[in-house]
Design a protein around this ligand. Structure first.
Ligand code: 13P
Length: 250
């Protein structure tokens, strides 16, 4: 049995006081023990978030990292810096990093490899654009993103990887992939893993769905055999919504 994960990607939202207040709401209730809960606040509040959640079931992830160890990379943050404040999970390959900041499959792959090497858990995101869904190339696009992004990751290291399928057309649009569309893609991803690694790896990796997951649709999405929870954007910013989504993954 794979333990479901519900992760909140806060993106560029919540300052320090807002972070403390949202986290105090999330940590003051008892969460289902069989769901892993992760939040990814902005860099400047990460240390505070680690401290606020230290005695709770809520884990903290970064939204990005630089693959280099240190040096002249103005504005960037290293894996060691994250580790030094107690963060050991990172979201990589998000479509906003790809589309707005020009992160290529190669750049993302380097981040994936360095993060794994440093002992991090990687939440690796990928997903097709609307035009690719419309022209029927979505399975091919996702396979390519997986093979490029995970290049050089060994079967053993796949235990440090969580996959997040986020069709770009469903992110922040209010339009969700139907449970059937999501399950179909997740089954495709699992069969990719089976071919690239082994049936054992394929059955062990958690595959999250992301893209307009809300309290009203989470249960139907998570009920599918290959959907192991969600990566939540907008709805993770409101405690009651996020908690309802966590409950739906139980
Ligand atoms: P929304 O839930 O706001 O669509 O965002 C999804 C997402 O991008 C999570 O990483």
């Amino acid at each position: 049995m794979r333990t479901p994960i519900v992760a909140g990607n806060w993106k560029m939202n919540k300052n320090l006081s807002e972070t403390k207040s949202l986290l105090s709401e999330l940590t003051s209730v008892s969460l289902p023990s069989n769901v892993e809960v992760v939040v990814a606040p902005s860099f400047v509040v990460l240390e505070s978030a680690v401290n606020t959640t230290s005695n709770s079931q809520v884990a903290v992830a970064a939204q990005n990292v630089n693959a280099a160890a240190n040096g002249a990379f103005t504005g960037e943050t290293s894996l060691n810096m994250l580790q030094s404040i107690g963060v050991n999970q990172v979201i990589l390959g998000h479509s906003e990093r790809r589309d707005i900041y020009g992160e290529t499959d190669e750049i993302i792959n380097e981040k994936v490899l360095q993060s794994i090497e440093a002992g991090f858990r990687v939440i690796f995101c990928f997903g097709e654009q609307l035009s690719e869904r419309k022209d029927g190339s979505h399975f091919e696009v996702v396979s390519k993103q997986l093979s490029s992004g995970l290049k050089g990751v060994t079967a053993e290291q796949m235990s440090q990887v969580v996959l997040a399928y986020e069709p770009v057309w469903a992110i922040g649009t209010g339009e969700t992939a139907s449970p059937e569309q999501a399950q179909e893609m997740h089954a495709h991803i699992r069969s990719f893993l089976s071919d690239a690694y082994s049936a054992e790896v394929a059955s062990g990796v958690r595959i999250l769905y992301g893209g307009s997951v809300k309290p009203g649709n989470a249960k139907d999405l998570f009920a599918n055999p290959d959907i192991d929870g969600g990566l939540i954007g907008g709805a993770s910013l409101v405690a009651s919504d996020f908690l309802a989504i966590v409950a739906a993954a139980e």
